[in-house]
Design a protein around this ligand. Sequence first.
Ligand SMILES: *[C@@H]1O[C@H](CO)[C@@H](O)[C@H](O)[C@H]1NC(C)=O
Ligand SMILES: *[C@@H]1O[C@H](CO)[C@@H](O)[C@H](O)[C@H]1NC(C)=O
Ligand SMILES: *[C@@H]1O[C@H](CO)[C@@H](O)[C@H](O)[C@H]1NC(C)=O
Length: 324
Amino acid sequence: MLTLHSTIRVLGSIFTLTPAILSGLPAVNGAANNLTQIPVSSFSPNPTNVGFYLYVPSRLQAKPPILVNPHACHGSAHDAFTGTQLATLADTYGYIMIFPDSPNPADKCWDVSSAQTLTHNGGGDSQGIVSMVSYVLKTYNADPSRVFAMGTSSGAMMTNVLLGSYPDVFAAGSAWAGVAFGCFAGPGYDIWNAACATGQTIKSGAEWAAIVQAAYPGYRGFRPKMQVFHGSVDTTVYPQNLDEEIKEWTAVLGLPGTPVRILEDSPESKWTTYVYGEKFQATNATGITHDIQTNESVVLDCFDLKCWGTGCYSRPAYDFLVSI
Ligand SMILES: *[C@@H]1O[C@H](CO)[C@@H](O)[C@H](O)[C@H]1NC(C)=O
Ligand SMILES: *[C@@H]1O[C@H](CO)[C@@H](O)[C@H](O)[C@H]1NC(C)=O
Ligand SMILES: *[C@@H]1O[C@H](CO)[C@@H](O)[C@H](O)[C@H]1NC(C)=O
């Protein structure tokens, strides 16, 4: 449903299917609790006034991990909440979910284009979302070494942005049908970058890595691991964007540009997963359009979110602790 809206938007259609109709549907995710809206006065900086919704399961890990899940264009925090089983799984695995809500009334896409959002502590939607992470770390004694981001379409673009602008915050990201960090760059926040979306923005790994490094000049710390997925017949965000994400993140992470392992029919039939190293893999979902369905189990496994207590996948927490 969410990605259908992106398609409708891109086609510039006058369809009357709106998020209002969607929000009238019952929650389909089976989560035990509902979202809580956190007043924008409770956290800062949030220069673009991003809405903050939180899912807190009744049974939490002692130091709960955090999973940030930005919605797709024409979606909402509530749509993202009901759109996957990730909140339901939080009831089992004891992590907290942040569902940010885009402040852009025009199309509810994320700001993945402005110089602000593409710069560490530079403002934009990305900074507001990171302030939500700080709020949850303090309020729930959450684990700063286990903060994750995942999303589809505009949410996947924001996942790339969060990992690029805030490599000191996130342990890993999972981006479904998105674009490389910086690919949507343009003058302002409300940009649909058609050149990028249609796969005409093509750069070398070194060029992409320079863009990511410029987001946080001088940063030499841990870089989050990343998994990306893309449908091979996506006509909204063209499949070339998978190649660009591969070049970008392998270069940033210092991994070989060719896969060290190829997994056929993985994680699903006809999908091919290219493993470049421990910290990056890319999945080409053959025959899948922009309407790619999240495989929640794959996301949780990548983030090791089924793990409770000690010995779970995590990042060195030091970088972020000194900055909050
Ligand atoms: C759940 O939370 C959402 C967002 O705050 C709200 O719109 C909705 O009415 C709530 N649903 C229930 C059943 O309380
Ligand atoms: C999700 O991925 C797992 C592998 O981790 C796979 O076994 C399962 O079939 C996938 N789910 C669907 C709905 O394809
Ligand atoms: C993905 O698969 C399609 C065909 O199934 C192929 O044309 C395309 O080159 C593949 N892309 C990558 C990045 O492997």
